[in-house]
Design a protein around this ligand. Structure first.
Ligand code: WT7
Length: 635
């Protein structure tokens, strides 16, 4: 038997050693015993980080939906696969069994086929957190279409950029979405986006809010009548191991968003295996990840990982504050949730409300608490541990990325002793290392450096859609033969890792990864603005918030106008989305620059953090005089 389920620390070390001494054998055993293959592989792994190229299970044929659904039908047909909890608690939850999921995915897959979608075509999914989101993802996978889910909080411009970048022909959306007490006109956003997307010929619209929307003749179709008419049987397309499964966009520090490409077999094996162990999922547990399927966390740990294990996965449409800040705990009590996975920003927002709202509910079902998205600060960790876990549910602080596909560094609950703010030990098969700025690996413990990975794991993204060179430049050219994460980390005296944060110009706001460049680009489109620089500053709920330093073309006219601040944030909302709005906007005469003209963000960051004691040598700047002025007028 392979080590599919790790139960104690010695076993972790033993399995970990096995997985890094002979990764091919290790992953072959896991793949062999726990998945459904239509044809086995010829070769487990082929890789070359200098190209870079990574291929797992070459020659194998499979369909991931047969692993997520079909193979459970005999034993788990009546088990709840997806437990849908709507925005409005009075609407009542919906239990979708594995058998029902099978029929609904097949119907949806047949609708896509009727619309001419074929293997390899890209389908954009812009759907709120309703069952149709998970079902449309699986329907694409069933017929081999590559899904590109765009978070339904993104703006029309952001949506259009992503549709065009991967050349999607079909968009799946809804008439609108519920978000707490608000409704959002999702279809209106799609209509606006499609004005710039010539390639889209079909829009499938799910009905959610029942609003009166415009349907464009010859392009827009209501989904439900098509589903009703479709057959509930659809043969799964045979996929090669390395066929793309999906594209998911993530912000870079510069340029347009990167369409990370994940492929089929390795992604499936790794997300399933890591789900089972990182959450210690056992049959009949109810698992809930609060992320949106629009992010990688939702792809890997709401949809694919849990369903591959025949788990019950909760899909929550709403927000933590509606009808009140007790909603999460109400859901935990109501559905007897055993594993709960959320983000530090949510924990901080809830902690701010105090412990009373938690006390009202019976949370005794909880066994495992998870955290992901950004470093969890000590205070939030303790609040989560004491108030939610009552000191008995281990917290797994799991570090990973859109690019890694699955959890990379994490405690295994009930196996790895936890330590606040530490993601602790590498997951099975993961070989992290720390590098200094000169490209030397820092050996031993009690060192701090840049976090890299030196050996491929099955779910590493294979490329950036349409731009392999950028993939190479971004992740494989900082350090020879290593995948560079963009994060800094330290390793303590026992070998535990603590992630210290991004070392590039990516800022994590409420768990959302935001590149500074796209925001600056959006701002600079304003006719009154000459230049801008965005940095992050500490925020007690969001983790980091955005601080913008902005220079104007004509200082006299706009300097004191609050309207301009509103216009800037509106522009950002339109171009990127409300999540990228600036918390603070300081108008300034100049921005500190190097002689080569590069904005010195380090200085601006320090000022935003209110730490001006040690700005370093500013005398070499092109314009050192502007620094004092910025300090004097800092917000
Ligand atoms: C970046 C990746 C992967 C799920 C959601 C985010 C930061 C993520 C942690 C953690 C410290 C973390 C890193 C990483 N991050 N988890 N447990 N501790 N930092 O995916 O949007 O691709 O962002 O999130 O900086 O590089 P993403």
């Amino acid at each position: 038997m392979s080590n599919y389920h790790i139960k104690h620390l010695e076993e972790y070390y033993q399995v970990y050693r096995k997985s890094v001494r002979n990764p091919e054998n290790f992953w072959e055993e896991i793949a062999e015993e726990h998945f459904l293959w239509r044809k086995k592989w010829d070769k487990v792994l082929e890789w070359d980080f200098s190209k870079p190229e990574v291929k797992w299970f070459q020659g194998a044929q499979l369909n991931i939906t047969e692993n997520c659904i079909d193979r459970h039908l005999a034993t788990r047909g009546d088990k709840t696969a997806i437990l849908f909890e709507p925005n409005d608690p009075n609407e009542g939850a919906e239990h979708i069994t594995y058998r029902q999921l099978y029929h609904r995915v097949n119907k949806f897959a047949n609708v896509l086929k009727e619309q001419g979608v074929k293997k390899g075509d890209r389908v954009c999914i812009y759907v709120p957190m309703i069952p149709e989101l998970a079902i449309s993802v699986l329907a694409c996978a069933r017929i081999g279409a590559i899904h590109s889910v765009v978070f339904a909080g993104f703006s029309a411009t952001a949506l259009a950029t992503r549709i065009n970048d991967s050349d999607c022909k079909v968009v799946i959306t809804a008439d609108g979405s519920f978000r707490g007490s608000k409704t959002i006109d999702l279809k209106g956003i799609v209509d606006e986006a499609l004005e710039d997307c010539e390639g889209v010929n079909t829009v499938l619209v799910a009905k959610r809010i029942d609003s009166d929307i415009q349907m464009k003749e010859g392009r827009d179709l209501w989904l439900q009548p098509l589903l009703d008419a479709a057959s509930d049987q659809c043969k799964a397309e045979l996929m090669q191991a390395e066929d793309p499964l999906f594209i998911l966009y993530t912000s870079g520090s510069t340029g347009k968003p990167k369409g990370m490409v994940h492929t089929t077999a390795g992604y499936m094996v790794y997300t399933a295996y890591s789900f089972k162990n990182a959450f210690q999922y056992r049959e009949n547990d109810v698992y809930w990840c609060t992320a949106d399927i629009g992010w990688i966390t939702g792809h890997s740990y709401i949809v694919y990982g849990p369903l591959c294990n025949g788990a019950t996965t909760v899909l929550f449409e709403g927000v933590p504050s509606y009808p009140d800040f007790g909603r999460f705990w109400d859901i935990v009590e109501k559905h007897k949730v055993n594993q709960f996975y959320t983000a530090p920003t949510a924990i901080r927002a809830l902690a701010k409300q105090g412990g009373d709202l938690v006390e009202k509910y019976n949370l005794s079902s909880l066994k495992v608490l998870g955290s992901v998205g950004e470093p969890i600060n000590e205070e939030a960790w303790h609040w989560y541990n004491d108030n939610v876990g009552k000191g008995k549910s281990p917290i797994i602080d799991s570090w990973w990325q859109t690019e890694t596909g699955g959890i990379m560094i994490t405690p295994i609950p009930y196996v790895t002793p936890t330590k606040p703010t530490y993601a602790t030990l590498p997951f099975i098969g993961i070989q992290p290392c720390l590098m200094d700025e000169n490209g030397n690996e820092l050996k031993g413990n009690q060192v701090e450096g840049r976090l890299c990975v030196k050996f491929p794991w099955p779910s590493i993204a294979r490329t950036i859609w349409g731009n392999h060179q950028r993939y190479k430049d971004t992740y494989f050219s900082s350090f020879e033969n290593k995948y560079f994460t963009g994060d800094g980390a330290l390793r303590d005296e026992v070998g535990y890792y603590r992630i210290t944060g991004r070392v590039d110009d990516v800022i994590i706001v409420s768990g959302h990864n935001l590149g500074t460049a796209p925001i600056e680009d959006a701002i600079n489109e304003h006719q009154a603005i000459s230049e801008s620089a965005i940095v992050g500053f500490p925020h007690d709920v969001k983790g980091s918030a955005l601080y913008g330093y902005i220079t104007l073309k004509d200082t006299g006219e706009y300097r004191k106008q609050d309207n301009l601040r509103k216009e800037i944030n509106q522009l950002i909302s339109d171009k990127i989305g409300p999540i990228a709005k600036l918390d603070k906007i300081q108008f300034t005469e100049g921005l500190p620059k190097t002689r080569s003209g590069k904005i010195m963000r380090r200085i601006l960051r320090k000022i935003a953090e209110k730490d001006t004691s040690n700005l370093g040598d500013i005398s070499t700047l092109l314009n050192p005089e502007c620094v004092q002025d910025i300090i004097d007028n800092a917000l």
